[in-house]
Design a protein around this ligand. Structure first.
Ligand code: 173
Length: 317
């Protein structure tokens, strides 16, 4: 009897510890970006609710794993989770960059089959669980230091990621890919005349100091999501999976916040002296149409298998 009780005392903490899984998570966006601030707040909440079940250990941003390596790290299980965007892991599978082209909120993607299709492709081609989209309602813009009076970027050198490559190239730009962490230096040295970025976030790394113009309208919708290594996901218990999915879902459900953030950032840019180059009427329509046409042409070219189906599911009817 005595021995049994002792064994129970000794084994109880072990059993509890065995039930807790800790997953490593990284961000492909710089440590000091607002996306990461929001991620850390979410992780704190998850860790306090997930005691004894599931914990997340934030390893860091691009200093830990470089921006364009994060997708591979998740795919191979070097880390179990990441906050990143599809444009940063086209080196895992090229369809990843298509998420910028969705024309309906993620809530609707979960209803119309788009989300299921994304999950299937991400699992098959990336060994990833596409868990939740945690940024939306953030159109991309072209930011410039030289003025333009029509949608023609000939003679301009623009910083890009895969998001903007097809579109800005179509407009005649010379393009140069960099991670977000290298944008400031590229502007400072005059290596580029402008860059692509969503409506929000340019203040995180002081790019406003090196930005004269924003071109309106914006185009596409910035996608930032939580992805999980599929093997790590399968190793979780049903209860842990349910917990992680519902925590991620509750962050996704708060995406309306990004609408307000976009307005605030627009005002902040005006106050910082950034002038708007506004394309109007037919020119504005052509600009946005060109963005989608060149974007889809690029995706369909690299993925004749999934591109057309994604286009059908992602396009507003
Ligand atoms: O410009 C970028 O680095 C980029 O591709 C991106 C994608 C989503 C959100 C923010 C930036």
């Amino acid at each position: 009897m005595k021995r049994l009780a002792l064994a129970a005392v000794l084994l109880a903490p072990l059993a509890a510890a065995a039930q807790t899984t800790t997953l490593k998570i990284v961000s492909a966006f710089p440590e000091n970006s607002f996306y990461v601030t929001r991620l850390n707040t979410w992780i704190e909440g998850l860790n306090s609710e997930g005691k004894g079940l599931l914990q997340l250990n934030f390893i860091g941003g691009p200093k830990a794993i470089p921006t364009f390596e994060v997708g591979k790290a998740v795919s191979t299980g070097v880390v179990e989770m990441a906050l990143t965007t599809g444009a940063f892991y086209t080196n895992v599978f090229p369809e990843s960059d298509a998420l910028k082209l969705t024309q309906m909120p993620v809530a609707e993607q979960r209803r119309n089959g788009a989300f299921d299709y994304i999950q299937k492709v991400w699992a098959e081609k990336g060994n990833m669980i596409y868990l939740a989209r945690v940024v939306e309602y953030q159109p991309f813009h072209l930011y410039l230091n030289k003025p333009i009076d029509k949608p023609d970027l000939k003679g301009l050198k623009i910083r890009i990621t895969p998001v903007y490559r097809d579109f800005f190239s179509t407009l005649g730009a010379t393009v140069m890919q960099t991670a977000p962490g290298e944008v400031y230096t590229a502007l400072e040295r005059g290596v580029v005349d402008g860059y692509g970025w969503p409506i929000g976030g340019i203040f995180d790394n002081n790019w406003q100091e090196r930005t004269k113009f924003r071109v309106d309208p914006g185009f596409y919708d910035a996608e930032v999501s939580l992805i999980v290594n599929q093997d790590a996901w399968k190793k979780l218990s049903p209860k842990q999976r349910e917990f992680l999915a519902s925590q991620a879902r509750s962050l996704e459900n708060r995406n309306d916040y990004w609408k307000i953030y976009g307005q605030q950032e627009t005002e902040r840019q005006a106050k910082a002296g950034i002038k708007v180059i506004r394309l109007e009427g037919a020119q504005a329509r052509e600009y946005v149409d060109k963005a989608y046409e060149s974007g889809w042409a690029g995706i369909i070219k690299v993925s004749p298998q999934h591109g057309p189906k994604m286009r059908e599911l992602f396009t507003k009817k």
